[in-house]
Unconditional design. Structure first.
Length: 103
């Protein structure tokens, strides 16, 4: 098995309403805006992007009540948005809200 792990910190900028899969599992689609400075080839570069993501189960319930503008730390993995598609989406398996007590 090969690694596929993502850790992303950003701001919740879009969130759909909580819905359920045909099997009854809670699901929410959302977007996170990320802005940081990263080092690549020894040179600092500015990173500014938006990432589309999905959350199921407990993470979906957590995000469904979150306010837009909330700072979040998302852990998860990447997969295709659909079986036939090529677009990548982040599947959130962990959600933490960043606060002064939990930086």
């Amino acid at each position: 098995m090969q690694e596929n792990r993502v850790l992303l910190r950003g701001v919740l900028i879009e969130r759909d309403a909580l819905r359920y899969t045909p099997a009854g599992v809670p699901l929410v689609k959302f977007r996170v805006a990320h802005d940081s400075t990263q080092v690549e080839a020894g040179i600092e570069r500015r990173v500014d992007c938006e990432v589309e993501a999905l959350a199921f189960g407990t993470e979906a319930r957590l995000l469904s009540g979150a306010a837009l503008g909330a700072e979040v730390r998302i852990s998860g993995f990447l997969d295709r948005r659909s079986r036939r598609g090529r677009q990548t989406v982040l599947h959130a398996t962990g959600v933490d809200f960043v606060t002064q007590e939990n930086p």
